[in-house]
Design a protein around this ligand. Sequence first.
Ligand SMILES: Cc1cc2nc3c(=O)[nH]c(=O)nc-3n(C[C@H](O)[C@H](O)[C@H](O)COP(=O)(O)OP(=O)(O)OC[C@H]3O[C@@H](n4cnc5c(N)ncnc54)[C@H](O)[C@@H]3O)c2cc1C
Length: 414
Amino acid sequence: MHSKAAEACGAVAVGHVGASRENSRKDSVMDGLPEDERVIVETVRDFVDREVKPVAHALERADTYPEQLIDSMKQMGVFGLAVPQPWGESQVSTPCYALVTEELSRGWMSLAGAMGSHSVVAKLIVEYGTDEQREKYLPRMATGEIRGAMALTEPGGGSDLLAMRTVAARHGDEYVVNGTKTWITNARHAGIVALLCKTDPSSNPAQRGVSILLVEKGEGLTVSRDLPKLGYKGVESCEISLSDFRVPTSTLLGGVEGQGFGQMMRGLEIGRIQVAARALGVGRAAFEDAVRYAQERESFGVPIWKHQSIGNYLADMVTKLTAARQLVLYAARYYDSGERADMETGMAKLFASETAMEIAMDALRIHGGYGYSTEFDIERYFRDAPLMIVGEGTNEILRNVIARQLIARNAIAE
Ligand SMILES: Cc1cc2nc3c(=O)[nH]c(=O)nc-3n(C[C@H](O)[C@H](O)[C@H](O)COP(=O)(O)OP(=O)(O)OC[C@H]3O[C@@H](n4cnc5c(N)ncnc54)[C@H](O)[C@@H]3O)c2cc1C
């Protein structure tokens, strides 16, 4: 399985000239990965350096969907990293998946975003789908021919999912769906949407009335609006309106109503690792630019890193980034153990995203006035970083999740 993944990525590895001294040092983060997974991470790293870094600035300014780069990601097998055999050929461990995500995000966070919800939807189908659903979607999702979006959030709120108003009413062998979803990333380019809705709005407890439908676009489902946003350009986040949208009951994930909330909570665990890894990528990009600039820029006759304040920023940045990466890799290994991992993935997303925010801010300080310039990448990192404190559960919600699990695992006898 793993060697096939390496082969898939190897298709674009031509021209790889071997690890530089810098890369060898960074490769220590890959300790524990098998050789074929290291090759995959290195291949994506080379792709980012060669094809993404030189164009990311212009593409983000143009705010258009990066078709060509997405095509290259398809060829590398990136959309199949979460799809096992027999449906896919490039499944990898979750630590490898996280490191690939970090590399893409280091080039441009939007590229990593384009495969984020896609992977969550793929995992949902792998873990909970019926045989028919797996056969129908997974082979084409593995190649990236069709890509996935997930629709949870509604205009009335994203954190309080059980207050959702989207209802799928059963009529014979069809559901008739009505409601509105918002902030749905990849909505226009997705061939499949995992739609969280209520199949039994009167259920008590409410979560037993929640289901996931795997829907394709059709009459009654309208991508009604592209939402303007601070960063995360190039990839669309949209409002979706559902008006008497009819789908067959075979779209119900797993074929049993009332399982959707639990299914999505597990799905969000891989989603949170992905968002945490995206934060690592943005943080690392900002850090690497700052390390270079602090050596090039001089004031008072010395490179600015020699001023203790700037040196201290760099020291704090590398310390926090290294710690964040270790936490993300720990959460990824924990997720692969099959255990409930909401606490571990929550801690990783919380810490990595707050770290990325701090690093982006400190990188901006180090760049002085140029940090504020739209001719430099620093301001892009500064605009992209906040998404990760909000997406896949806000950090306030994640603190609730972590605290609840912490106490549940350490409850004292009354
Ligand atoms: C660019 C972008 C892309 C997105 N992509 C998707 C997507 O593809 N699919 C999707 O379904 N959603 C997506 N989202 C939505 C995202 O998941 C939600 O924005 C997020 O879950 C928060 O929901 P909200 O915006 O409604 O905030 P609210 O839930 O209204 O929260 C507002 C504030 O109150 C705090 N708060 C709320 N409840 C509590 C509580 N119990 N304890 C402590 N604090 C609380 C929140 O942390 C936040 O600070 C995206 C968002 C953005 C910005």
